[in-house]
Design a protein around this ligand. Structure first.
Ligand code: PLP
Length: 480
């Protein structure tokens, strides 16, 4: 990595000088972002640090090429190099995850989920409807036939994990198109254990009969049994769609194997490439052979032209994820999450589900008298970057919340291990214990404002700096 960092130092300094000559504020923001990321404890569970080769791959003229369509079948001329890029990315994805088919075009996780939903609809609804209407393709449909098809599409049901127990907006919730185009019912968790109650899920699914059963989460700190999810999907005739955006790195790194690996059980799997997988910002869809033809229609069905420069960076990140070093990293992500959870528990913090066995931990901060918003802000003042998050049955709603979500992928990339994560737990607890809600004008505890004990932020930042300096981000990269 030293040679890479030395080369990158030269490249970035020259490029930032050029960029600064055109718009200095942009060059300044790029430099500041590195300083900020280097100087804080990044605990956002969905973030990471991509390698310099991944970052450098994105900054190329592949960005200038239009390539709508699929490999070897594009709506533009001259796409031979993009074909190579997309084929290599898909090949790495197939081999890494053991998938029958991989589609590397989605621009983000939401886009990957849109491709998944529409390809499932095209496969499950469009196909049989076309047959019934006596048409070979959608191009053969009359306007009356289209009306019937539209009604069929709009009548479908989807069942995903409830937002307040850790599901994602794209799993059928109103602010997202998935909550507008589908009839939706969500499954929750057991009120006592806070774990997925598979028996209740099965009973609900039998009653609701979804076309699509969605598994996967953004803020559930536990593993999911995908064999059970498959069984339930089969019992109700649903397509099993898994959104592994958060834990793809743990699947790639062989931490989640057997029934915890969604790929052998799901019909369609979508993921982001930038979270625990440590690649560029983007998405990816994996599918069985049966669903491959409809997934392949992602562009132009719901996507615009592929971001070829990002697909190239996905290929590099996926190649990195195929190494034993990545497996060691993924195991460390899970081990560190456990250490972090234990460190918080022994200092008296309540954790949703009582701990973790993936890459994230969900703190319930009500015992400190705080909302998630106050806790998030006090931690940020102290150099600890987290995000507030709902907890099950959250009394403060989705804006102020009662929880704080933290994860280990980013700091594990920096080389933090058990000693550092125990110290992180100590620092977090110290900040929370020394934060009190500020009173509103009416004399009641506010939900946003807070008071942080004198000197706490500076002391915490100083202790964090010691660890951060010992584990530099992009070591050898000098943009000073
Ligand atoms: N799916 C899950 C489970 C996520 O947690 C997220 C992002 O937080 C997404 C999808 C969306 O990813 P993106 O922000 O890349 O669209």
């Amino acid at each position: 990595m030293d040679d890479v960092a030395a080369t990158a130092t030269g490249i970035y300094n020259q490029i930032l000088d050029i960029i600064g000559g055109i718009e200095p504020r942009i060059a300044g923001a790029i430099r500041s972002e590195l300083t900020d990321q280097r100087g804080s404890l990044k605990l956002i569970a969905s973030e990471n640090y991509a390698s310099l080769p991944v970052l450098l791959t994105m900054g190329t003229w592949l960005s200038d090429k239009y390539a709508e369509g699929t490999i070897g079948h594009r709506f533009y001329a001259g796409c031979q190099n993009v074909d190579t890029v997309e084929s290599v990315a898909a090949e790495h994805a197939r081999e890494l995850f053991g998938a029958e088919y991989a589609y590397a075009q989605p621009h983000s996780g939401i886009d990957a989920n849109l491709v998944a939903y529409w390809s499932i609809l095209a496969h499950r609804v469009e196909g049989p409807e076309l047959e019934r209407l006596g048409a070979k393709t959608v191009n053969d449909l009359s306007e009356e036939d289209w009306e019937i098809l539209r009604r069929e599409f709009a009548a479908q049901r989807v069942m995903g994990m409830s937002l307040d127990v850790g599901g994602h907006l794209t799993h059928g919730f109103r602010p997202n198109i998935s909550g507008k185009m589908f009839h939706q019912r969500s499954y929750g968790t057991d009120p006592t254990t806070e774990l997925i109650d598979y028996d209740k899920l099965r009973a609900d699914a039998k009653e609701f009969k979804p076309l699509i059963l969605v598994a996967g989460y953004s803020a559930y700190p536990r593993r999911v049994n995908f064999a059970k999810m498959r069984e339930i999907a089969d019992e109700v005739g649903a397509t099993l769609f898994v959104d592994m955006a958060h834990f793809a790195g743990l699947v790639a790194g062989k931490v989640f194997t057997g029934e915890e690996n969604p790929v052998p059980y799901a019909d369609v799997v979508a993921t982001t490439t930038h979270k625990s997988l440590r690649g560029p910002r983007g998405g990816l869809v994996l599918a069985t052979k049966e669903y491959a033809p409809s997934v392949d229609r992602g562009c132009p069905m719901v996507l615009g032209g592929p971001l070829s420069h990002v697909m190239a960076a996905k290929a590099i990140a996926l190649a990195e994820a195929r190494t034993s070093a990545f497996q060691t990293y993924a195991q460390a992500v899970a081990d560190n999450a456990k250490t972090l959870a234990d460190g918080l528990l022994k200092r008296g913090v309540r954790l949703v589900t009582g701990g973790t066995d993936n890459h994230l931990v969900l703190l319930d901060v009500r015992d400190f008298g705080l909302t998630g918003r106050q806790a998030e802000s006090a931690l940020l003042d102290s150099g600890i970057v987290t995000n507030r998050n709902s907890v099950p049955n959250d009394p403060n709603g989705a804006w102020y919340t009662t929880g704080v979500r933290i994860g280990t992928p980013a700091l594990t990339t920096r080389g933090f291990g058990a000693a550092e994560f125990d110290k992180v737990a100590e620092l977090i607890t110290g900040v929370l214990k020394n934060t009190t809600p500020a009173m509103t004008a009416a004399g009641a505890p506010g939900k946003a404002k807070y008071l942080l004990g004198e000197g706490v932020a500076d002391r915490t930042k100083a202790e964090a700096s010691e660890m951060l300096d010992a584990h530099p981000l992009y070591p050898g990269l000098d943009l000073s």
